[in-house]
Design a binder for this molecule. Structure first.
Ligand code: ADP
Ligand code: MG
Length: 571
């Protein structure tokens, strides 16, 4: 096996958090505390109540090849424990000012040892509760190039929070806490089941709309939560796979899960899932690249089949529930855009119509002038026709327009939102019943970042405890039954955008506007009244470029009379 020095994988505070917490878990801790200052760039401190180290071990741990696991190298394929590199502490100590404070359970005194840029000082006596605290300050102080590569505090905190959540998910028997700049962000009790831990990390909302999976077959044990399509998101950030407790990535497992969903996922959305797989460590090959988390299985086909079969079976209940809900007319509260075509069958058309009218404030007045300005000449007495609940056909003097209803509405909302974000002028409506939405620490960090923009957009949001927010107002144009979905989707999009780029303020605004527009616009498949179609056409032609969406997709196709005549051989 190619051994990778941990120094190669310490690229940001999150990697330090990972190494230190893994050590605490290896030391049998029952509580682990993680404290960060300035996203971890100022300080990272991980405290545990594990076995502690003797003075000799502490001194050794700061030096290369100190791992207590060297003797277990023969078992290297077994991934019962975390990390096999044995160089984490020396690597971290080499690029920071690190202090180790540790005391063994039976010892009377403990040891305090400082390492600065790789040079260890003298070990001193200290007295503390059994366990270990490692404090890492000024990460990369002696490697300015790597320090410069770090992002803003909030972004670094987000990365760290993500790793924290993953480690917390993998060890529900251990209590975890996380704080940032002195504020507690997360406090997870110990001694729970994997599923309870998932709930602590992701919040009740998600758990209530997920299906619990538990089964064992052919030596493969499976446990976890599978999100119903209601909690499908527009990014993959809420998907976690663990094999024998270790976070992994696997195309084959992902594929198995997706095929378990069959056709019930709305297009372009990704399911939420946290899945733990247990199988004989001898059947798992992690021998690919220790930092890439990719795994393979000796019985790949079997694992695939068991997983996809389990998911299919567990979602069966959901499917029948969803369909019977359809008859009961409760679908609107389910809040997702009818991937099963329930809306149409459910007979909720009239109430839905009322709500979507609300989201398309009728502004017919200025239409004529605008349309003239853009040289389109929609006929005065218009017969608008919706085709396949996807396109609006509008006859004009010179021919006919075909408008993509979703893209058109998206463009209108996008322009609207950009105006509001740039010039202000928010209009919001108070919610009669404020929503409380639960979020994980990483999402809370994003929320804090985008909160000012959300407020400008017309959302009334404020933090409510550590892991939830209250939404008491929404922009006038939001379809309110969907506010929860919309907000979550927008936050996911911002999350994804921010993990990809350094996220300048303008970029974030643009992303937020685009995301909000996409998730609140009418969709293909939505039936529209004539008044709604009229509004879309009017407002579309009031925008500066009604023909092309910001991403270059056409919104309107014009068929001129000449063209039509020509095709009928009339020219
Ligand atoms: P590895 O975890 O691969 O053994 P590390 O550099 O991460 O290598 O740690 C070196 C050694 O220091 C560990 O093997 C362990 O003996 C000791 N150690 C590190 N952190 C702790 C801790 N929190 N509690 C007890 N021992 C620890
Ligand atoms: Mg380690």
């Amino acid at each position: 096996m190619h051994r990778i020095a941990a120094g190669e994988v310490i690229e940001r505070p999150a990697s330090v958090v990972k190494e230190l917490v893994e050590n605490s878990l290896d030391a049998g801790a029952s509580r682990i505390g993680v404290e960060l200052i300035a996203g971890g760039k100022g300080m990272i401190r991980v405290s545990d109540d594990g076995s502690g180290m003797s003075r000799a071990d502490a001194l050794l741990s700061a030096h290369r090849h100190a791992t207590s696991k060297m003797r277990e190298l023969a078992d290297i394929e077994a991934i019962h424990t975390f990390g096999f590199r044995g160089e984490a502490l020396p690597s971290v100590g080499g690029v920071s000012r690190m202090t180790i404070e540790t005391q063994e359970r039976s010892a009377v005194t403990g040891t305090r040892l400082s390492v600065e840029g790789g040079r260890a000082g003298l070990a001193e006596d200290t007295c503390r509760a059994p366990g270990t605290t490692i404090t890492v300050e000024d990460l990369f102080f002696n490697t300015p190039a790597r320090r410069r590569f770090l992002r803003a505090d909030r972004s670094e905190f987000r990365y760290a929070a993500q790793i924290f959540s993953e480690l917390a998910l993998s060890s529900p028997d251990v209590g975890f806490s996380l704080s940032h700049n002195g504020n507690e962000q997360s406090n997870l009790q110990r001694g729970l089941s994997f599923t309870d831990r998932i709930e602590q990390v992701f919040g009740r909302d998600v758990v209530d709309r997920s299906v619990r999976v538990e089964m064992e077959e052919s030596g493969i044990r499976l446990e976890g939560l599978i999100g119903t399509p209601e909690v499908a998101r527009n990014s993959r950030v809420h998907q976690s796979l663990f094999v024998n407790r270790r976070p992994v990535s696997s195309r084959s497992l992902n594929h198995a899960i997706y095929s378990g969903y069959g056709g019930i996922l709305p297009r372009g959305l990704y399911p939420f899932f946290v899945v733990f797989l247990w199988l004989d460590p001898g059947e798992v090959d992690v021998n690919v690249h220790p930092t890439k988390r990719e795994v393979r299985f000796s019985r790949e086909q079997l694992v695939h089949g068991v997983l996809s079969g389990a998911i299919k079976r567990h979602l069966l209940g959901f499917r029948s529930r969803a369909i019977s809900t359809g008859e009961g007319g409760e679908t609107a509260s389910a809040g997702f855009q009818a991937p099963l075509g329930l809306m149409e069958r459910a007979g909720t058309y009239s109430s839905r119509e009322a709500v979507s009218q609300m989201c398309l404030p009728l502004t017919m007045s200025s239409a004529a002038a605008d349309i003239e300005a853009s040289n389109v000449d929609v006929e005065e007495t218009i017969a608008l026709w919706q085709v396949h609940r996807r396109y609006i056909f509008a006859p004009t003097k010179g021919g006919v327009l075909i408008v993509d209803q979703h893209v058109a509405h998206e463009r209108i909302i996008y322009n609207d939102v950009m105006v509001r974000l740039v010039a202000g002028g928010t209009e919001s409506q108070q919610l009669l019943f404020p929503l409380v939405l639960g979020f994980g620490p990483a999402e809370m960090a994003i929320l804090r970042e985008v909160e000012p923009l959300l407020v400008e957009l017309g959302f009334g949001v404020r933090e409510f405890g550590r892991d939830s927010i209250v939404v008491d107002a929404i922009p006038v144009s939001t379809r309110n039954w969907n506010a929860d979905q919309v907000l979550r989707a927008v936050i996911d999009d911002c999350h994804e955008a921010m993990s990809r780029s350094s996220g300048s303020g303008d970029l974030l605004k643009d992303r937020l506007a685009a995301s909000y527009a996409c998730h609140t616009a009418v969709r293909a498949g939505d039936a529209l009244t004539v008044a709604e179609m009229q509004t879309i056409i009017d407002r579309l032609f009031a925008t500066d470029d009604p023909f092309v969406c910001p991403h270059g997709r056409p919104i309107v196709i014009k068929l001129s009379m000449e063209e039509i005549d020509q095709r009928f051989g009339r020219s």
